[in-house]
Design a protein around this ligand. Structure first.
Ligand code: SF4
Length: 319
């Protein structure tokens, strides 16, 4: 496992990803026409931004440099990132700052609940940085956040996108006991790319994590996602689908990897939209209740609408 220790965070010139500074630049091909996003300059975007700032919250939309921020924030859809803005892992694809994070903010669950209320969200997505430095990996904080939102906004459905809680015994059980509506944990890439793309994680641990959620509480929807364009082969993507179905995962997302900086993993290929449509079709034949596959698909993109469809798909099965 890679744990990044930050001993110089007080220095203003500290780089965002110190472990990547000495890497050679990785060059990606120019973006194709189909990767187009709306500029973030609407009234709705500004309102969302104000609520995020007023409550002192961190969003993955900003930290990960998500291309959908203009569209999502205009609709008041923001994905909150709890437990700080600094991650203890150092994945090759991710733009979240790396280093040693500070102490947890005990008031954060209430602030998240308040922001959920002010944004009037019917469905909220909460994610976090990896907190390998905490004994429970942050599981207790996730559970407190879910409970705070339930108390403040009882009609809001809650989706969490968690780290893998690797080597944190009992952590998963703590989070599942808080009963999120959707438990999402992303595989990110195919197993052959873990060492270069997601070196701190273990593929089969992540699969097992998702499987355990279903074993403990089958009512919780499970969800996972991968990025394509990192050099994976088609047959590897199909294998990932089979592995996720073996773990009874309900919802699969597949999106195009975009390179945050030249120090991150290069884009090996821009997968055309019709290839995404083909992958979506194959995934449905493998038994997923919901599949979202397109160049700009992200875990939390349209998460509220997708949750409604997910629920309807399950209901249709039991009729
Ligand atoms: S897709 Fe998710 S991370 Fe990206 S802007 Fe929308 S809510 Fe935020």
């Amino acid at each position: 496992m890679v744990v990044v220790v930050d001993t110089v965070s007080a220095t203003p010139l500290r780089p965002r990803h110190p472990e990547k500074v000495n890497r050679p630049d990785a060059l990606s091909p120019p973006k194709p026409d189909w990767i187009r996003v709306r500029a973030p300059n609407t009234r709705g975007y500004a309102d969302t931004r104000n609520i995020v700032k007023e409550n002192g919250l961190v969003t993955v939309c900003e930290e990960a440099g998500c291309p959908n921020i203009g569209e999502c924030w205009d609709k008041k859809h923001a994905t909150f990132m709890i437990m700080g803005d600094t991650c203890t892992r150092a994945c090759a694809f991710c733009n979240v700052k790396t280093g040693m994070p500070g102490a947890l903010d005990a008031d954060e669950p209430e602030h998240i609940a308040e922001a959920t209320f002010k944004l009037g969200l019917a469905h909220i997505v909460i994610t976090s940085v990896d907190r390998d430095d905490l004994a429970d990996g942050g599981a207790g904080h996730f559970a407190r956040t879910i409970r705070a939102i339930r108390a403040r906004c009882p009609d809001t459905t809650i989706e969490i996108l968690t780290p893998d809680f690797l080597r944190k015994e009992g952590a998963l059980e703590t989070v599942v006991a808080a009963k999120p509506d959707v438990f999402n944990h992303n595989l990110e890439t195919v197993p052959s790319h873990y060492l270069t793309v997601r070196p701190g994680a273990r593929y089969f641990h992540s699969i097992r994590l998702l499987q355990r959620v279903k074993e403990i509480d089958p009512a919780i929807f499970t969800k996972s996602g991968i990025m394509v364009g990192l050099g994976e082969e088609r047959h590897e993507v199909l294998q990932v689908m089979d592995d996720l179905r073996s773990a009874e995962v309900d919802f699969l997302t597949i999106g195009q990897y975009l390179q945050p900086t030249r120090k991150h993993h290069a884009v090996m290929r821009y997968v055309p939209p019709d290839e995404f449509a083909g992958l979506e079709k194959v995934a449905y034949t493998k038994g997923f209740l919901m599949v979202s596959a397109s160049p700009l698909t992200r875990s939390s993109h349209h998460a509220g609408d997708d949750f409604a469809r997910l629920r309807a798909a399950r209901a249709a099965l039991t009729r």
